[in-house]
Design a protein around this ligand. Structure first.
Ligand code: ADP
Ligand code: MG
Length: 276
């Protein structure tokens, strides 16, 4: 493991109950600072389990997890993580501002300091003016932006995201993808992102980690050499379609070709392969 490693997994396996489901088997992975790594694979292949192990929410059965040079547990104690789940886990009785400021409250920041930071976060996710709203007054996309702002509020070096946009419509999702990339570049944090959408993984990532089901293993890694910053145009580049194809082939090789395909993926592939 180099000094520059943010996440280092060595021989990580997870069995749920003795003789039970082997959710992960022998996973090795190193993630460097500033990377945007997606974990992709069909439902049940262990993506969430792997993310939860990195985030110290569950323990591996065997293997080593090192985060920022220390144990995952110590990393959690040190607030090295921001975590965003599929459904924005917001507190309905708290305003947007007080949801975003919750981790800062828990960390003992005073009111003044909190207020300044929350304003910055609202700007970052383009929700200025909504600070006094309650979560139920917001759309799903806005709620998800609040949970991203909350996760980023204490400037965590590592952002863990488990299908954060899975429940949103395609257009909102594409817009939030761009927003997330802008935030990622502005904050300089490292992101581990779980998805089962091939095109989302390629669009967002610097690297796509392909997983196979039963037992969950890493069966391929695709480096995404699309230029930064990505834009609406990125999805139309021939290279994008090639990388989508590479990920799809890696999934097929791993026996896990059930990942979600977007509506235009096939067409993009034909365009790329026919050189249209
Ligand atoms: P994914 O996120 O890729 O859909 P998961 O990591 O949620 O997959 O699950 C991987 C496997 O582990 C599945 O077979 C799932 O049923 C099983 N599993 C996940 N969590 C538990 C748990 N707490 N107890 C028992 N089995 C679990
Ligand atoms: Mg999952």
């Amino acid at each position: 493991m180099s000094a520059q490693t943010v996440v280092s997994l060595g021989g990580v396996s997870k069995e749920f109950g003795k003789g039970g489901v082997v959710a992960l088997q022998d996973v090795d992975l190193e993630i460097g600072p500033g990377e945007f790594v997606s974990l992709i694979g069909p439902s049940g292949c262990g993506k969430s389990t792997l993310l939860r192990i990195v985030g110290d929410l569950i323990q591996p059965s065997t293997g080593n997890v090192v985060v920022n040079g220390k144990s995952a547990h110590q990393a959690r104690v040190d607030r090295d993580y921001g975590i965003v789940f599929q459904d924005a886990v917001l507190f309905d009785w708290r305003t947007v501002a007080r949801n975003i400021g919750l981790p800062l409250e828990l960390a003992g920041w005073n009111r003044e300091k909190r207020r300044g930071r929350v304003q910055e976060m609202l700007e970052l996710v383009e929700l200025t003016g909504f600070e006094s709203h309650h979560p139920w007054q917001l759309s799903g996309g806005m709620q998800q932006r609040v949970s991203i702002a909350r996760a980023l509020s204490f400037d965590p070096p590592l952002l863990l995201m488990d299908e954060p946009f899975g429940a949103l419509d395609e257009m909102t999702r594409e817009r939030l993808n761009l927003e997330l990339l802008r935030i990622w570049q502005a904050s300089g944090s490292t992101v581990v992102f779980v998805t089962h959408s091939i095109s989302e993984a390629v669009f967002l990532s610097t690297r796509v980690v392909v997983m196979s089901p039963r037992p969950g293993r890493i069966t391929g890694i695709v480096d995404v050499d699309l230029p930064q910053p990505r834009s609406f145009r990125t999805r139309e580049e021939p290279r994008f379609a090639e990388l989508v194809r590479d990920v799809r082939r890696a999934l097929r090789r791993g026996g896990g070709f059930e990942a979600e395909e977007d509506d235009h993926e096939e067409e993009r592939l034909i365009v790329a392969e026919e050189g249209l």
